[in-house]
Design a protein around this ligand. Structure first.
Ligand code: TXA
Ligand code: MG
Length: 342
């Protein structure tokens, strides 16, 4: 059910859960100070209880009521409102927050989302604990219809704020010491952008900082990637072999000609295939960075759309640069198979 901002505020204040739009993906929100409301999020999503929730705020002042932000980290606030989550130490061990929000951790994930409707909700109801609005393990939602496709009968309503503009979840950063950060989840705020602001990025090897045991498996062993962001039908990720993309697709199509396959396409040249359906997720005319931004913004909605009509979805892995890093991170987890050679 689509609800207004006013209705969302009153439902949240009375302990209900509602989906809210953000520029990254839709969130499934509860008032973070209300333990029983927060519990409803875990139930609705089938989310494991050990997976902490990000809290959303309307301003830095609101964030500073709950967490400590070292002066060296202040420059990061220039990315807010925006697709950046910081894991900051909680100010007070006896904070008003529901304990389930941090899953026992002494750090809280905080973010100011860049969406007018949600900021107006947050001015009156904060902090809002909000994981992505999807069933755990499934594709995140970037429209109100995506939310309803997955959660309609499990939540009290959705605020329709149009399609999320960036389309991938926020970059999650763990500040380590001084100006050193660890990227726990890549996103639109890239390591290049952080380095430009004078920050240092810790290498991936420091796994004790990694979030959940699932994520640890994902980083340690790419063959055992956790199930995440998955469409209902298999997504096949084909290795990028420069100069041989058309050939790779032809071979895959030929070997799987009995299946109804949809290829999600985003390169700057046209692909010819009589055996599979090619759907463009970004314009052929733009440069790589612009194409990848468009791909990111269309990816989840396309997975949720084409899982309805096809037996299998196929995509070539993007280049591992700029926005491609975050897209690859999601695709590696969403794919049920990664094919290196054909
Ligand atoms: O863009 C986003 O971040 C979206 C929108 C709705 O804001 N939210 C989102 O939430 O993606 P979720 O729960 O789907 O992903 C949050 C990630 C999870 O991997 C979670 O384990 C981690 O951040 N996380 C949250 N709080 C944490 C904490 N206190 N310590 C460690 N990891 C945390
Ligand atoms: Mg999620």
């Amino acid at each position: 059910m689509i609800i207004t901002v006013e209705k969302a505020i009153s439902l949240l204040k009375s302990g209900e859960i509602v989906a809210i739009p953000t520029e990254t993906v839709y969130g499934l929100a509860a008032l973070a100070t209300d333990e029983s409301a927060v519990q409803k999020i875990f139930t609705a999503k089938n989310r494991p209880a050990n997976n902490p929730l990000i809290c959303h705020f309307a301003s830095i002042d609101q964030i500073l009521e709950f967490t400590v932000l070292r002066p060296e980290l202040m420059a990061l606030t220039e990315f807010w409102p925006g697709p950046l989550t910081l894991l900051l130490p909680l100010k007070d061990k006896f904070s008003k927050l529901s304990k389930t929000v941090t899953a026992g951790s002494e750090r809280l994930g905080v973010r100011i989302p860049n969406h007018e409707l949600t900021l107006s909700i947050l001015k009156q109801a904060y902090p809002l604990a909000a994981p992505s609005a999807n069933i755990s393990g499934r594709t995140s939602s970037v429209t109100a219809a995506n939310v309803e496709q997955q959660l309609a009968d499990r939540i009290s309503g959705v605020v329709d704020g149009g399609k999320s503009s960036t389309g991938l979840e926020s970059t999650v950063l763990l500040p380590i010491k001084d100006k050193e950060l660890k990227i726990l989840r890549p996103g639109m705020i890239t390591s290049e952008m952080l380095i430009e602001k004078g920050f240092k990025i810790a290498p991936d090897s420091n796994l004790e900082f990694t979030l959940s045991s699932d994520d640890k498996v994902g980083l340690l062993s790419p063959g055992l990637l956790p199930v995440h962001y998955r469409p209902k039908v298999p997504l096949i990720l084909l290795k990028r072999v420069p100069g041989k993309i058309q050939q790779t697709v032809n071979r895959y199509a030929k070997e799987n000609s009995s299946k109804r396959i949809c290829l999600l396409w985003y390169e700057d040249f046209e692909l010819n295939s009589t055996e599979l359906t090619v759907i463009r997720l970004s314009s052929a005319k733009s440069n790589l960075q612009a194409r990848y931004l468009e791909l990111a913004s269309n990816l989840y909605a396309s997975l949720l759309e084409y899982e309805k009509d096809f037996e299998e979805l196929v995509i070539i892995e993007p280049e591992d640069q700029a926005t491609g890093v975050a897209i690859n991170d999601r695709l590696k987890r969403a794919a049920s198979r990664y094919i290196e050679s054909l």
